[in-house]
Ligand binder design. Structure first.
Ligand code: PMP
Length: 306
């Protein structure tokens, strides 16, 4: 494959099929399919969003050559936006709670962007407020706000949903995905439900997230978990949320690396743990699809494999 720009490498990611031989918990005739989103050029599912936000912003006239892009992010959306912004030499500033992985922050800087850190104790809401404050000070700046911007679920409705459907067909029993902004889960869920109304839609959160009624507190699984119900979830009917502990999420992150050569971050380990729980309650012969959002090497300093 020969390309002339990195955006041509976004999407069409591979799928790994796991069966009973990979993990005994998977019933004999059932399968878990994992979409390997770390094969995107910036190493995560959010390259798709970064590309769409910049391209649409330019098309709609919200972004011009002198616009500064500002965004609160756990890191991957920052990398995705920074990659896409390079093409137009746009200035980018990302506001990141300081607990998030140092490697993601270094990658953002490597792409030419600026980082502003906020206190982790203020949560993602603290980063959103800070980004709004910065925006007020910079003339001709644009704050896409992935947590409420409909382009977020639309990106996944337009790209990831159709890819999954084309690759795996219409007899998927359950779609299982982690929820951060909820953009991935919502966009893909709406697309797959339109194709197959019988599909089960299953969300994944870490302990410390509130979707199953738990109290908000810090957790080590990175990229998923919410402090408020994401607006994108309001329009879909979710069959079940699985709440995964840090211990279980990291256990499967390590198992995937050690036994199957899949080097992914902890939100993938958590998604896989939930997919295993889901497939155990489904009839033999079921197909569960999940997403592995990003690569593991961006969390080495967090010691995710030890
Ligand atoms: N996993 C990782 C590693 C992420 O960075 C994100 C995005 N924050 C997600 C999962 C969740 O994606 P979404 O924001 O679309 O819910």
């Amino acid at each position: 494959m020969i390309v002339s720009s990195v955006d041509q490498l976004i999407g069409q990611t591979p799928v790994m099929a796991f069966n009973h031989h990979h993990f005994k918990r998977i019933p004999r005739d059932s399968l878990i399919y994992a979409k390997l989103e770390y094969f995107n050029p910036g190493g995560s599912i959010k390259d798709r969003l970064g590309h769409k936000l910049i391209e649409e912003g330019i098309k709609q006239g919200i972004i011009n050559q002198a616009t500064t892009i500002i965004e609160p992010t756990a890191g991957n959306t920052g990398i995705g936006i920074a990659l896409a912004a390079q093409k137009y030499k746009l200035k980018t500033i990302f506001v990141i709670p300081d607990k998030f992985s140092i490697e993601k922050q270094q990658l953002i800087k490597a792409l030419g962007a600026e980082i502003v850190q906020t206190d982790t104790r203020l949560g993602i809401s603290g980063a959103i407020n800070k980004a709004k404050e910065i925006q007020k000070k910079i003339k001709n700046s644009y704050l896409p706000l992935q947590f409420s911007n409909q382009t977020n679920p639309k990106t996944y409705y337009d790209t990831l949903g159709p890819e999954i459907y084309q690759e795996l067909g219409e007899d998927i029993t359950s779609f299982v995905a982690g929820i951060g902004s909820g953009g991935t889960f919502s966009g893909v869920s709406i697309y797959l439900k339109e194709k197959n109304p019988a599909i089960r839609l299953v969300g994944v959160e870490p302990e410390g997230s509130i979707l199953n009624g738990g109290k908000s507190h810090s957790h080590a699984i990175e990229g998923i978990g919410v402090e408020f119900i994401p607006p994108f979830l309001e329009t879909i009917s979710v069959n079940k949320f699985y709440t995964i502990s840090d211990e279980i999420g990291f256990y499967y992150t390590r198992e995937l690396a050690k036994k199957h050569g899949i080097l992914v971050g902890s939100s993938s380990g958590a998604a896989f743990a939930a997919a295993l729980e889901e497939i155990e309650i489904l009839p033999n012969g079921s197909k569960v699809v999940t997403i592995f959002p990003d690569s593991g090497d961006r969390y080495l300093s967090n010691k995710i494999y030890s």
